[in-house]
Write a protein that binds this ligand. Sequence first.
Ligand code: GLU
Length: 505
Amino acid sequence: MVRVRFAPSPTGPLHMGGVRTALYNYLFAKKHNGTFVLRIEDTDQARYVPGAEEYIQKSLEWCGITPDEGPHAGGEYGPYRQSERKEIYREYADMLVEKGYAYYAFDTSEELEEMRDRAKKSGFPNWQYNSITRERMKNTLTLPEEEVQRRLKNNDPYVIRIKLPRDEEVKFEDIVRGWVSVNTKNMDDKVLFKSDGMPTYHLANIVDDYRMKITHVIRGEEWLPSAPLHVLLYRYLGLEDAQPAFAHLPLLLKPDGNGKLSKRDGDRLGFPVFPLEWHSQEGDVFSGYKENGYFPQAFVNMLAFLGWNPGTEQEIFSLDELVEAFDLKKVNKAGARFDFDKTKWFNQQYLRKLNDTKLATEIGHSLREKGIDLSDEKQLALVPMLKERAVFISDMLRDAEQFLNTPEDYDEKSVEKRFKGDARDHLKDFKSVLQSAVANTPSDYDEIIKTFLTERNLGFGKIGPGLRLALTGTMAGPALPEIIYMIGVEAAVTRIDKFINKFTD
Ligand code: GLU
């Protein structure tokens, strides 16, 4: 039975890389009829940020990646917040100490700082507490037994550290990366249990994965260096058989491929990096995909392709289709470059797929709030006029307002260039023709324009630009017959008059 977990720390808003990790976990779980667990890893109280857990829940909800078990969903393996599981971890730390795989270390932070400084001065900037240096530190491996007892009686603070062998290869097979091998001489004696009575990430993480019966650990590549330590912890606790399979997902890279996409990049590079808007305690606001008008389905579809592809041409996938197609073995090793244009493209595809009638009602409603009241029929006719060119619903609204409202300003440069000579007279003539015409549909107006031009043997350039500028103020927008149909002959005539008066000297 597949059981996977998404295990974020509530230290801030969930970055889109975090959402991708959650998504891959979800897809893998659903694909194998397994269980997707949400576990909140809040053992580091100093980094706890209020509101972050709620933000995580809401983001997953918006994306439709619903946990089967978690702080809200409940489940048999709870509680699902590590801060509510405190009592569980100590016994595992003690077990390691008893077996000789961990030890108490009494060194104060000042003493550690001093060691680091001293090492730096002698040309070793990366001092570590390891199998060599520990021999000169204050721990149960170096201090006489009476001294240890005295310190414990005295309630001197201590941490529990793992005792790594000096020179041993730790190997494991990662589903994405293949065989990974690290020598313990390149690792340090990490703290497993802190003096404040809380476990560190490493201990809590593997204890919970074990107790929650996690079968596959799918997480970001930044955790790959921790994996050998986790493998050793399973071994030292005698839990090798329960060791989950590992899959470390490729990093998300900045659009230029130079380095990791960081939380700070987003607004700096002109796109959101968070699913939802985030208001920091310092009063900063970070933009979110949701508030920027993205559809969650498009966001999720885009994320799925950051590091994975189905090996076919198909790019548009619903969540269910993703579940069907997803394969951890097809996840790339190389970092996935984030492409903002592609993200917009996905949104555009989803906008095009939306049902026109629903979209018409939504746009009609928003227009009415702005004082523009369209009939149902016109509302519906509006949608195809704007849909193709839009990425967001808000684009459609903006484009609609652009021509539904009488222009206040005109693109003067275009007026100067395109509305000169006999163009003015032709536009006047056209106005009279329009006034007396009987027409009901865009194609009727199309016919009127065409007949006007043939009868006078004129090219479209003679009235097209002037008419467009008169009606909308700009050179952009939908086809002219459609605009006239939408605003009606009366408004069109008023706009033409206003325009001609303004630009007649
Ligand atoms: N709490 C870790 C994080 O914030 C979890 C890493 C893991 O999945 O093991 O990403």
